[in-house]
Design a protein around this ligand. Structure first.
Ligand code: ADP
Length: 490
């Protein structure tokens, strides 16, 4: 199949969260399975310096954006056999300090930036000589491309390839004032409650949900959850209407990156057969973060965006209570100021038990995953979540709230004692999380049982080959049934 993927972030080029891991891996594993894959992503600041083999592609872009036209360029990198990455250059839009925001404030022209990017995606889909057979969009930043492709198909007679939109997180929708809809240069008929309009504003994700031929999300449980009022973020009605086209596919893990042996970020290798290196990694982590090197103190860790979604309020409160016990906690993360402050304060209050690093650090994220005994992830909601799957492979027992992908990927003893690999709790409360942590302390005191959990977790297989095969199944559905799934309402 000839597939054009489009995303505002993708590893190894850019990342703010799991979207980048997922798209980078999907591209790599689809190409490896023999598909012809193009990946379109913005040319952010510093990329050409970091990747000198990003070369000019002889294309000038001159795309309508509202009343004017905006010029840009295309660069490209042959990343692997069958995988070409196309970088959209637009200096004013993408040569910035960060991807979407700085100091917690969104860039004021995000609508312009990502509508331009979405148009560039459609332009490539239309004119690339290898003629992509389908376009796979990711999240709100590219969702409007489904509307733009549909419009060009209807108004210009172009046989646009079908579109698949993956929702990585329904909480981020790309909502802008109504006037920004003009940037799409699409007929006003799309700006209505069945289309891109949402409570009087322009909603990019909703445009994609209405116009894409197929919708997917990153875990089966989240696919069900987003059709409910509780987790539908206001779009549950729209998603229920499109339920027949909505599929949930659990993300994979790139085990070439996330490995306990021969990992450049880890000084000590280990495996399920020999966990000695894990104990050495724990000691090294305690040393690195300035905690007492006590091998028998259970060490809990978290690597996360510090956002409400991640359950940081109950985590802070539960830790305040639980740090009275014999345990340690380490955190790497950044995000909402109040949580950054809260965790810093916690570390100041418990310097021998709690270490906090505010920032983004891939190496340290691996060392925390590897060096801890338990991984805490009490998310309010979680489309898929990757860190719990990394923890399982690293022999670090995850403690998760049973929601979305966390519920799909972790097995609690109450579900299956023989296959248990983590601890789950259901109620979103400090009390429930603290209780789950107390269960962890009991488990830790029984090394035989904890070892059973670790071995189960390390044997779990979330490899990308499976996930990529599932996406290929979806693509085939799209290509074999042209027009059948295409939404005709607008
Ligand atoms: P989300 O996409 O909602 O942030 P996921 O669990 O799906 O959550 O993916 C988060 C990804 O980002 C993981 O690969 C995680 O290790 C990484 N990550 C999050 N915060 C940091 C950080 N401060 N430093 C390094 N990596 C981080």
């Amino acid at each position: 199949m000839r597939i054009l993927l489009a995303s505002s972030e993708a590893l190894p080029f850019s990342k703010t969260g799991g979207l980048a891991d997922m798209v980078g891996s999907l591209a790599k594993f689809l190409a490896r399975a023999g598909n012809e894959v193009g990946l379109v992503t913005p040319l952010y600041r510093g990329l050409r310096e970091r990747f000198p083999d990003i070369l000019p592609f002889d294309w000038r872009l001159e795309l309508p954006l509202g009343p004017g036209r905006v010029a840009g360029g295309v660069w490209r990198r042959q990343a692997a056999d069958g995988l070409t990455v196309y970088f959209i250059e637009q200096k004013d839009f993408f040569e910035r300090g960060d991807l979407y925001q700085e100091r917690g404030v969104d860039y004021a022209d995000n609508a312009e930036r990502f509508l331009f990017f979405s148009k560039a995606v459609v332009h490539l889909a239309r004119y690339l000589p290898w003629k992509p057979e389908l376009i796979h969009l990711h999240d709100w930043q590219t969702a409007a491309a489904a509307l733009i492709a549909r419009d060009q198909r209807l108004s210009e007679g172009w046989v646009a390839p079908p579109t698949c939109l993956t929702i990585h997180n329904l909480a981020y929708q790309g909502q802008f004032p109504a006037a920004k809809f003009a940037l799409a240069n699409a007929p006003a008929s799309y700006f209505q409650p069945d289309g891109a309009e949402f409570y009087g504003g322009f909603n990019c994700l909703k445009a994609g949900i209405a116009c894409a031929d197929l919708l997917t999300t990153v875990s089966p449980r989240y696919a069900r959850e987003i059709t409910t009022e509780a987790l539908g973020c206001g779009l549950d009605g729209e998603l229920r209407r499109r339920q027949g086209a909505l599929h949930g596919i659990l993300n994979g893990v790139d085990y070439e990156e996330w490995k306990t042996e021969g990992n450049p970020y880890l000084a000590h290798s280990y495996s399920a057969r020999d966990l000695g290196g894990k104990a050495a990694g724990k000691a090294a982590l305690q040393r690195e973060l300035g905690l007492p090197e006590t091998p028998r103190t259970p060490l809990f860790g978290t690597v996360s965006r510090l956002a409400e979604q991640k359950g940081m309020d109950i985590q802070l409160a539960a830790l305040q209570e639980m740090l009275a016990a014999d345990m340690q906690f380490v955190l790497l993360g950044s995000g909402q100021r109040e949580y950054e402050r809260g965790f810093r304060r916690l570390a100041e209050r418990h310097p021998a038990k709690c270490a906090v690093r505010i920032g983004f650090d891939t190496g340290l994220s691996h060392r925390i995953e590897a060096g801890c005994d338990f991984y805490l992830m009490p998310s309010r909601f979680e489309p898929c979540g990757l860190n719990q799957m990394y923890s399982l492979r690293y022999g670090t027992i995850p403690i998760v709230r049973a929601t979305g992908g966390l519920d799909d990927s972790v097995v609690d003893a109450s579900q299956d004692a023989a296959r248990a690999d983590g601890i789950k709790f259901t109620e979103y409360s400090t009390r429930a999380l603290a209780k789950a942590m107390r269960k962890a302390l009991v488990l830790y005191a029984e090394p035989g049982l904890a070892g059973h959990y670790q071995r189960n977790g390390m044997a779990r297989d979330f490899s990308w080959e499976r996930t990529a095969a599932a996406y290929q199944g979806i693509y085939r559905l799209l290509l074999d049934t042209p027009g059948k799934t295409f939404p005709e309402r607008i």
